[in-house]
Design a protein around this ligand. Structure first.
Ligand SMILES: [Zn+2]
Length: 288
């Protein structure tokens, strides 16, 4: 998961409004006014929750930055050298090698996805399980555009390379030209957002669904998270190519032209390769 600038601005707006509300409530005389006190408490709690949900890995990150030079392992050095990036976090060598091989796999398939990544933090098991992180961190990975840092949790075996590819797509999207972002965004019908859910709730771990309760591909979006963010939708497109099969494309019809147009744009901007583009065209039955 990650966010583009628009999403961040939107969230900033939510925080600012919540903050203003807290200030307004505080400035009122609320002695003896129970209703006001409760609304203040709710406002403060929501504000704190939203803020923390977005910064829950700040403390571990600061710790990793401070202690990094004391536990440089062979695996870490190799990874940093091979991929020309800074590695932080989990000192478990097996986990670092796992990341190494996933990165290597993606580099062999599509080196353009690694172009902009300069820093990766792998959150260790201890950090992920701690009460400061676990209740708030709902995702297997995220891209912090402020620090240019790609964060992953230690245990992403279940989804293999797909999580890493998804996060790398977020990084690449962040550094993509504005024209590309606008062009690909114009392909989708963003009014479908009404059918799914709120981005804030999604960030808090509530999975949006379509009106009938399903989550699969629809209206050109890869899934029901798609209408919430251009960035997220694109990362989900890219992710589909890094599972063992193209199963996420099974419900897309060859007449759904938005998908093919989106794939063409992604190919042009090197989010996907010609081989990947062709494989989906064959699988779904798009004309090449
Ligand atoms: Zn994402």
């Amino acid at each position: 998961m990650g966010e583009n600038l628009e999403e961040c601005k939107k969230k900033e707006g939510i925080f600012k409004r919540a903050f203003k509300r807290v200030k307004r409530e505080l400035s009122k005389d609320r002695v003896g006014n129970k209703k006001l006190t409760w609304s203040l408490r709710v406002a403060v709690a929501s504000f704190a929750c939203l803020t923390y949900a977005n910064t829950s890995t700040l403390i571990p990150n600061a710790y990793y930055n401070l202690t990094d030079k004391y536990h440089e392992s062979k695996a870490e050095k190799e990874l940093e050298k091979r991929f020309n990036l800074e590695y932080l976090g989990d000192s478990n060598e097996d986990n670092i090698w796992k990341l190494y091989y996933y990165l290597q796999g993606i580099q062999e398939i599509n080196p353009a996805l690694l172009e902009h990544v300069k820093k990766i933090t792998l959150l260790s098991e201890g950090v992920c399980e701690s009460i400061f992180v676990k209740p708030f961190n709902k995702t297997a990975g995220s891209f912090n555009y402020v620090f240019g840092n790609l964060e992953l949790i230690h245990d992403y075996d279940m989804v293999e390379m797909a999580v890493l590819a998804h996060e790398l797509a977020h990084v690449k999207y962040y550094y993509s030209p504005k024209e590309f972002k606008e062009k690909i965004s114009s392909l989708f019908d963003w009014s479908k957002k009404k059918e799914t859910g709120s981005y804030v709730l999604y960030k808090l771990g509530v999975m949006p669904t379509w009106e009938d309760g399903t989550t699969g591909p629809r209206y050109g979006f890869m899934n029901s998270i798609g209408p919430l963010s251009n960035d997220e939708n694109i990362a989900d497109y890219v992710e589909t190519f890094y599972f063992n099969s193209l199963f996420l494309w099974k419900d897309v019809k060859s007449t759904d032209k938005v998908y093919q147009e989106a794939l063409k744009s992604l190919l042009e901007e090197k989010f996907i390769t010609q081989v990947q583009y062709d494989s989906v065209c064959d699988y779904v039955g798009f004309e090449k």
